[in-house]
Design a protein around this ligand. Sequence first.
Ligand SMILES: Nc1ncnc2c1ncn2[C@@H]1O[C@H](COP(=O)(O)OP(=O)(O)OP(=O)(O)O)[C@@H](O)[C@H]1O
Ligand SMILES: [Mg+2]
Length: 389
Amino acid sequence: MIYFAPMSMKKIGILGGGQLGRMLLQAAANYPVATFVMENDALCPAAHLCHHFTKGDITNFEDVYNFGKGLDGITIEIENVNDEALERLEKEGVKIYPNPAALKIIKNKILQKQFYRDNEIPSSEFFITQKASDLEQYQHFLPAVHKLAMGGYDGRGVQVLKTSADLQSGFNEPSVLEKMVDIKKEIAVIIAVNEKGEHAMYPAVDMVFDQRLNLLEYQLSPAQIAEKVLWKIEAIATKLVKHLKSPGIFAVELFVDKNDQVFVNETAPRVHNSGHHTIEGNFSSQFDMLWRVMLGYPLGCTEAILPAAIVNLLGAEGNSGEACYEGLEEIMKLDNVFIHIYGKKETRPGRKMGHVTILSKEKQELIHQANRIKNTLKVTAAMPQKEGL
Ligand SMILES: Nc1ncnc2c1ncn2[C@@H]1O[C@H](COP(=O)(O)OP(=O)(O)OP(=O)(O)O)[C@@H](O)[C@H]1O
Ligand SMILES: [Mg+2]
C-alpha cells in the first residue's frame, strides 16, 4: 500500500482500534504525525480519529505485514497481535514499540514468569502445566492461581484453585500455576522508556477491589502506601523494564502482601487502563508520553497536577444492545470530573464502555465522588434484550 503524508511527518500505525487506540489518537492530534489504525471492525472506537483506517486481522501475518511495511513505526493496544510479522517489519527498518522480543516474552505468561525468575524480579512461585491432568501433582501447592499462557484478558483465563476438588477445573492448555499471594494491595506503575534507554515513571496507582464481587471498584493515584514499600516497587519496576530492553510504555501490575513483600503480577507493554487519569491528572499523560517516545521528542513530566481517581464505566448486568448513558448529565454537573465515553455502539454486561476521572486534593472527596459516580452513572441498553432471546 502507498501512503501519502508530508515528508516531515512520521507515519505511525496502531494495531487495534479500541479505547486505548482512541485515546492515543486524541493525544496524537497535538503533534505532526500521520496516524494509521488496523482493526477488523470499521466502526471501532479509534476508526474515525485516525488519518488512515485499514480493516484487517491484527493476528494475521499478511495483514499486519502489509499494514506495517510503509510505516516508520508501529505500536499496539493489545498484546494479541502477530509478532512474526512485527519481527519481519523490524528487520526491514520499521520501529516497533514495544520491540517484538519484549512483546514475545510478555504475550506468553509462561515466558513472562520465566523472565521474572531469570532476572531475579520478585514474582510469586510457579509451575508450568501443559494440560489439566498435570495439576494432580500440585495438591501441596494450593491455594494457587491457574493462568492460561496465551490469550487471557480482563481476568478471563485466570482461575483460583483452592481445594483438590478445584484441580479438576484447571485449564487443559499450556498455563502457569502460581502460588496465591495474600494480597493487601494491588498497585500499578507505568514507565516510559525512550530509544536512548531513559526512563520516566508515573506515580503508583492503587487498584481498589470490591472484595465481595472481586471487581475493580476504582483506582486512586498516588497510591496510599508506605514510602519504603513504594521505593521497593519503583526499584522492581525499573529493573524490569531495564531487562526488557525495549522502548515504549510499560504498565507493571504488582501485589503487596500483608508483610509488605512486593511481587510482580504481570506487565503490559502498552498504554494501560491504570493510567487513564494521567490525561487530566498529570503534566504529560501516558498517551502523550508514548508519542514523545515514538516521535523522538524529550520525555514528558510524569508529575501529578492533582491526586486522581478513575471509575470504569462497565455495561450493566442484564443489558445488551444499543448503549444508553443514564445519569450522565447529573455527573457532568460535578466540578473536576471528566467523562470519557469510548464510542462503542453496543453495550454488554461488563463491557468497558468508558471511564470517569475525578481530581481533588482530598482523598475522601475522591472516594466520595467515585462512589457517587458508580451509583449514578449506568450504561444500559436503550431497548434491553430479553433473557434467552
Ligand atoms: N498469584 C496470585 N495471587 C492472588 N491473586 C491473584 C494472583 N494472580 C492473579 N490474581 C488476581 O487475579 C486478577 C487477574 O489476574 P491477572 O492480572 O494475571 O489476569 P489478566 O487476565 O491479565 O487480568 P487483567 O487483564 O484484568 O489485568 C489479579 O488482578 C488479582 O486480583
Ligand atoms: Mg492483570
